[in-house]
Design a protein around this ligand. Structure first.
Ligand SMILES: NC(=O)c1ccc[n+]([C@@H]2O[C@H](COP(=O)([O-])OP(=O)(O)OC[C@H]3O[C@@H](n4cnc5c(N)ncnc54)[C@H](OP(=O)(O)O)[C@@H]3O)[C@@H](O)[C@H]2O)c1
Length: 193
């Protein structure tokens, strides 16, 4: 059972503008859909709001996946998600419980935004970073050094003319031990490797 992170930035490290993603790369959206299929998707409240504006789907804002929002201000799950968690750790625990109850779910994917990801780095095993061939000036930028410092670069390949995917892994065994300790409190359906 693993936790990954799936995000995109542009060539200026731009992450978001006016509460949304300012580029349109179909191949990257397809990649996002494929890599998060059968995942529990964990996201910050602002990312939820931007996705809901796009999807307007009250059942599942991300069809084929189960979504959990991290928030201290929401007191009940908003439309399209299964639950709201008060902290990253509670969100991860809830994600593991959902996976235990539903064998079609296979992993947790943390999908943004920056604020949520920066606090989750210690829990992430695999980091999928798409770099979009776009130079839009954004109002939110992603600090790639946080990833480069913590994770080991594995490979990169083009998704299309509009995006290149960079794959990073966290190999630190201390992290695995920490995860084991952390998840001792929940009965794991699949043992951690
Ligand atoms: N480029 C990409 O791949 C990508 C991916 C996802 C999102 N985005 C964009 O990024 C923007 C949002 O990102 P963001 O960094 O501003 O915000 P965010 O991480 O999506 O949401 C921040 C909110 O999440 C909640 N939160 C975060 N950490 C928490 C914690 N430890 N405990 C409890 N609640 C916590 C808080 O909600 P409350 O205030 O309710 O407590 C906080 O205000 C959107 O414009 C979105 O479109 C881009």
């Amino acid at each position: 059972m693993t936790i990954d992170c799936v995000i995109a930035i542009n060539k200026l490290n731009g992450f978001a503008k006016d509460g949304d993603i300012p580029w349109n790369c179909k191949e990257d959206l397809k990649w996002f859909k494929d890599v998060t299929a059968n995942s529990v998707c964990l996201m910050g409240r602002k990312t939820y709001e931007s996705l809901y504006k796009r999807s307007k789907n009250d059942i599942d804002i991300l069809p084929g996946r189960k979504s959990i929002v991290i928030s201290k201000s929401l007191d009940k799950p908003p439309p399209g998600v299964v639950s709201v968690a008060e902290s990253i750790e509670d969100g991860i625990k809830e994600g593991y419980q959902l996976i235990k109850q539903n064998p079609t779910l296979r992993k947790i994917s943390i999908i943004g935004g920056c604020e949520t990801i920066y606090q989750s780095l210690d829990y992430i095993d695999t980091f999928y970073l798409s770099v979009i061939n776009d130079m839009t000036i954004c109002d939110t930028y992603f600090d790639v050094y946080k990833v480069v410092d913590k994770f080991q670069f594995v490979t990169s390949f083009p998704l299309s003319d509009c995006a290149t995917l960079f794959l990073f892994k966290n190999y630190f065994t201390s992290k695995i031990k920490m995860q084991k300790k952390f998840f001792d409190s929940v009965q794991l359906y699949y043992p951690l490797k």
